[in-house]
Design a protein around this ligand. Sequence first.
Ligand code: FES
Length: 68
Amino acid sequence: MARLVRTEATGPIKIDPQEKPIFICACGLSAKFPFCDGTHKVCREEQAGTLYRYDPATKTVTSTSPDA
Ligand code: FES
């Protein structure tokens, strides 16, 4: 079984107040999900109106298509 999850976040969700901040992954690419590991930086160049597909192992874009 496979699952394609759609998310438009390009950074984490910060949880406050804590002794120290906790960052929850909102981009869906973290290897340490549900915690942010910084992988969201690969989303910085994404353009509005485009759907990006990422290789789950390498976190690189495998294909793009218009976002309907
Ligand atoms: S928000 Fe997903 S890795 Fe940071």
